[in-house]
Design a protein around this ligand. Structure first.
Ligand SMILES: O=C(O)c1ccccc1NCC(=O)[C@H](O)[C@H](O)COP(=O)(O)O
Length: 206
């Protein structure tokens, strides 16, 4: 049995979503503050973050937003980790690092896969060109990060395909949004539970 797979479920918008993710055993939940049908306001995020137990990471998801806005949302909602999905540069990451938060770097993989840690991120998230669109990206011939480095596979994962993706790409963890929804932005507790179980089962078998 290898290292346990880290499982993040993203784009949660309701108390029911959060409770389902926690009950299913997710390691992290994502709250989207970037423009998206899944975007939530600060008051909703505060309410949701307050339900998340210690040991489950709450991640705020942003894309090319002003640093002051990011800091205010993180501080105001008690969010301990930040996931950046745009063109944020090293200085931007450096500005958030002293706050002691976990930094996730979301990258749309087109050609080459970036090196882990280029921006000083703690976790690299390799995603499809349009984040949160439920699209699988082509991993053929791509040099994925070395085993053991903290990186998440994302993009078009769902309860049916996640086990095969984990076996072939051998990521440190996985991230999902569309694949646990019944319609854009509307999560299903059953799909959340099925996804976490399928992902964990795959790593246990490898
Ligand atoms: O989810 C969004 O709408 C979104 C919008 C802007 C920036 C990032 C966003 N999501 C980030 C993610 O966590 C991943 O893209 C996601 O887990 C993978 O999405 P999916 O292919 O839908 O599973």
């Amino acid at each position: 049995m290898g290292t346990p797979l880290f499982v993040k479920v993203c784009g949660l918008r309701t108390e029911r979503d959060v409770d389902a993710a926690v009950e299913a055993g997710a390691d992290a939940i994502g709250l989207v503050f970037a423009p998206s049908p899944r975007r939530i306001d600060a008051a909703t995020a505060r309410r949701l973050a307050a339900r998340v137990p210690d040991g489950v990471l709450t991640v705020g998801v942003f894309r090319d937003q002003p640093l002051d806005e990011v800091r205010a949302l993180l501080d105001g909602t008690g969010t301990r980790a930040v996931q950046l999905h745009g063109q944020e540069d090293l200085a931007y990451y450096d500005a958030l690092r002293p706050d002691g938060r976990t930094l996730l770097r979301g990258v749309a993989v087109k050609d080459a896969v970036p090196r882990h840690g280029e921006r000083g991120e703690d976790i690299l998230l390799l995603d499809a060109p349009v984040p949160g669109a439920g699209e699988v990206w082509d991993r053929t011939g791509k040099q994925l990060p070395a085993p053991g480095l903290p990186w998440l596979l994302a993009g078009g994962l769902d309860p049916r395909n996640v086990a095969e993706a984990v076996r072939t790409a051998r990521p440190w963890g996985v991230d999902v949004s569309s694949g646990i929804e019944i319609s854009r932005g509307v999560k299903s507790p059953e799909l959340i539970a099925a996804f976490v179980a399928a992902a964990r089962g795959a790593r246990t078998m490898s």
